[in-house]
Design a protein around this ligand. Structure first.
Ligand code: AFP
Length: 337
């Protein structure tokens, strides 16, 4: 630069980019974009900030423990499950671009708009995954998946029952030692961290890639005797190869570690949950999309198929899950076939 020309204020400095600016930038590069998508992500980010705050002060405000009810899956609801669900619902409900929303905590999806009034998108979410760990201060998370709305399909359930390959975006927010927002809009994976001082999610890693391998398996090994044989064979093999075991019991936290450090997370079919425990639309699909976008893989444990290709028949259906580094998912698959 010539000596007489002053450097712009940002030259030589690290650029600070918020989630909002990052999405706006993406929309500016997408011809015909209307900005509706930005509104949805900003609603999720707002709900996430409110949930992050509640999780931090839960012990002080005495909102830990059982709510007294159970959700559609027969699981005990925590007080914070209900609070988080209301936060996400109220943030999303006011966005005119959303036609249908469905929460893991609710029996039925909510049809917000239909026909000609219908918005362009549908949002499916698990407001507070891993909530049974809240009382002991373990990381929990919100998981979401965004699908397109087809105005010609009537009925909320029919509208939502799309395979994971149709997701236009997916992500999670981890409420851990920091609040981390991991997002894909189908063009790689980006990671943001909430700066509590300014109340913004700041981009910390663009185009995040999962390591191709990693000698860590993450599974509830107490269920091993009831896994299909192939999973036992894989675990025996991994133990002879010097693998480590890490299991938090909170899907988002286990997935986040796997994404950053490599390895594999497994929730196989068990005697108690022959279809697997995790929910296809609220948990498995969004995480499988993130893993694939980061260069990893996601398969079901039973038919050794790609999670994203499962055609859902109900919005609360469960699936077995094997997600993580491409080489490690292949190692598991090799023992299943
Ligand atoms: P909660 O939301 O009831 O705590 O369930 C958490 C979860 O769905 C998922 O986050 C964990 O990976 C999985 O269950 C743990 O299940 P196990 O306790 O059977 O290992």
């Amino acid at each position: 630069m010539p000596e007489n020309v002053q450097a712009p204020p940002s030259a030589g400095r690290q650029r600070i980019l918020s989630l909002q600016s990052h999405i706006l930038q993406g929309e500016a590069n997408a011809p015909g974009s209307t900005g509706e998508f930005t509104w949805i992500l900003s609603a999720i980010a707002l709900a996430a900030k409110a949930i992050a705050y509640k999780v931090r002060v839960a012990r002080i405000e005495d909102v830990l423990g059982d709510h007294g009810g159970s959700n559609v899956h027969g699981e005990t609801q925590q007080k914070l499950d209900v609070i988080a669900n209301e936060f996400v619902m109220s943030c999303l409900g006011s966005r005119p671009s959303i036609a249908v929303v469905a929460s893991e905590e609710d029996d039925e999806p909510t049809l917000l708009r239909k026909g000609a009034d219908g918005g362009k998108y549908c949002v499916v979410f698990d407001p507070l995954d891993g909530s049974s760990n809240l009382d002991v201060g373990v990381g929990v998370g919100t998981i979401f998946s965004i699908l397109k709305n087809d105005p010609n399909v009537h009925g909320a359930v029919e509208t939502l029952c799309q395979p994971g390959t149709k997701q236009v975006a997916a992500g999670y927010v981890l409420y851990g030692s920091s609040t981390v927002f991991v997002l894909t809009t189908g063009n790689g994976v980006d990671m943001f961290v909430l700066d509590p001082a300014i109340g913004s999610f700041i981009l910390v890693k663009s185009q995040l890639k999962i390591p191709a391998g990693g000698k860590i398996y993450s599974v509830n090994e107490a269920n091993r005797r009831t896994f299909p044989d192939g999973f036992g064979k894989y675990l025996d093999w991994a133990q002879t190869q010097g693998y480590s075991s890490r299991y938090i019991g909170s899907f988002v936290a286990d997935v986040h570690r796997t994404l950053l450090k490599g390895g594999v997370f497994l929730y196989p079919p068990t005697r108690k949950n022959p279809e697997g425990k995790l929910r296809l639309m609220y948990e498995a699909n969004p995480i499988a999309m993130l893993m694939e976008q980061a260069g990893g893989k996601g398969i079901t444990g039973s038919a050794v198929g790609r999670i994203l290709e499962i055609q859902p028949t109900s919005i609360h259906q469960r699936t077995s899950v094997v997600v993580g580094s491409a080489d490690e998912v292949d190692n598991v698959a090799r023992h299943l076939s």
